[in-house]
Design a protein. Structure first.
Length: 114
């Protein structure tokens, strides 16, 4: 059983930046991909960013050019650097480990004030 713990959320003004971190209890390299999802109030959960085992990255269109996913394999940590934040980025952000099973963190709240 892998546990994921997110941190780094908070309240920020529009145009500001936040960096989320997701620490895994096991090796993130054992997973096919590590993902960041988000769920905004009244909306469905959406995939925000992915980093694969090979290091390839992919982003949802609304965050392209503003968000960057990265990892530190030695620290079993995945990051999401979020710049130029907008009010529509307000959501609970979840870390996900994708392998034979799917594992989820508890989420971290990001609130962007306009």
């Amino acid at each position: 059983q892998v546990q994921l713990a997110e941190s780094g959320g908070g309240l920020v003004q529009a145009g500001g930046s936040l960096r989320l971190a997701c620490v895994a209890s096991g090796s993130i390299f054992s997973f096919n991909a590590m993902n960041w999802y988000r769920r905004a109030p009244g909306k469905q959960r959406e995939l925000v960013a992915t980093i694969t085992r090979s290091g390839s990255t992919n982003y949802a269109d609304p965050v392209k050019g503003r968000f960057t996913i990265s990892r530190d394999i030695a620290k079993n940590t995945v990051y999401l650097q979020m710049n130029s934040l907008k009010s529509e980025d307000t959501a609970v952000y979840y870390c996900n480990a994708q392998g034979g099973n799917m594992y989820w963190g508890q989420g971290t709240q990001v609130t962007v004030s306009s």
